[in-house]
Design a binder for this molecule. Structure first.
Ligand SMILES: O=P(O)(O)OC[C@@H](O)[C@@H](O)c1c[nH]c2ccccc12
Length: 271
């Protein structure tokens, strides 16, 4: 069993507890009661001249264990926003990342920028739940989904006025993400099946992403050097967790990353 399979089986167990506590009809009603979702696609496109930063609230990870205690996720998110983050990502997976929907709620009340609910989406319920808790974006991991699921979940996301960050790690996954019309495509340089980082994956896959989609470089950013490299290879946005939660000054780090110019690369496919 891969790490991803193992995480997902835990996610499914936790999901069965939540669906028993809050049936879909109830979550759906709460979702429909919310103010409309913010325009995360526009936020990520930014001004087209410099990078957008998706700054993540992340306590722990399966690869590194405990990263930071983050007693006050709302305060951290506010610092990300002050630094000019385009989006705040909140991990809500409990077992390996020590996140929760309570973290999502706390962050939602503290920032105005779009919020990404970062979880392993395997059921429609989680998309309704994300909206009910005020998320503007959800994560869809191509490696964890069939084409039919991917298309269905993306459709549900758009129907609720949200956007999806569609995450890939191989050329085949990029093709699958593009085929269903994904508008925001992430390349995770960490392989979720083995947890290995391979930053070289980004340059290869970024070239394959349709030009009208926002290309996001995910994971493995140690500092400004990695951010500049991803930008030079075609990233429009970077998703950063560890370097921010462990760093001395997350606000200054976000400000530094978001000032990096983006590059127009020739040869990107048209859709
Ligand atoms: O902490 P890092 O290496 O900066 O990575 C952040 C983010 O990319 C990572 O948390 C992530 C990317 N895709 C995921 C899918 C599930 C859980 C977590 C992730």
């Amino acid at each position: 069993m891969s790490v991803l399979d193992d995480i997902i089986s835990g996610v499914r167990e936790d999901l069965s507890v939540r669906t028993a506590e809050a049936p879909l009809a109830q979550v759906r009603a709460r979702a429909l009661d919310r103010a409309p979702a913010a325009d995360a696609l526009g936020a990520l496109r930014g001004d087209g001249r410099t990078l957008s930063v998706i700054a993540e609230v992340k306590r722990s990870s399966p690869s590194k264990g405990a990263l930071a205690a983050i007693a006050d996720p709302a305060a951290l998110a506010a610092r990300y926003e002050a630094g000019g983050a385009a989006v705040v990502s909140v991990l809500t997976e409990q077992r390996r990342f020590h996140g929760s929907l309570a973290d999502l709620d706390a962050v939602r009340t503290s920032v105005d920028i779009p919020v990404l609910r970062k979880d392993f989406t395997v059921e429609d319920y989680q998309i309704w739940e994300a909206r009910a808790h005020g998320a503007d974006l959800v994560l869809l991991i191509v490696a964890a989904l069939s084409d039919a699921q991917l298309e269905h979940f993306l459709g549900r996301t758009h129907e609720l006025g949200m956007n999806a960050l569609v995450e890939t790690h191989t050329a085949e996954e990029v093709e699958r993400a593009a085929a269903v019309g994904s508008r925001i495509i992430g390349v995770n340089v960490r392989n979720l099946k083995t947890l290995d980082i391979d930053r070289a994956v980004f340059a290869d896959l970024a070239r394959r992403i349709p030009q009208d989609a926002v290309t996001v470089a995910e994971s493995g950013v140690r500092g400004i050097g990695d951010v500049e490299e991803f930008a030079a290879q075609g990233a429009r946005a970077v998703l950063v967790g560890e370097a921010l939660v462990r760093g001395e000054d997350p606000e200054a780090a976000v400000a530094q990353f978001r000032a990096v110019p983006v590059r127009d690369l020739p040869g990107l496919q048209q859709r």
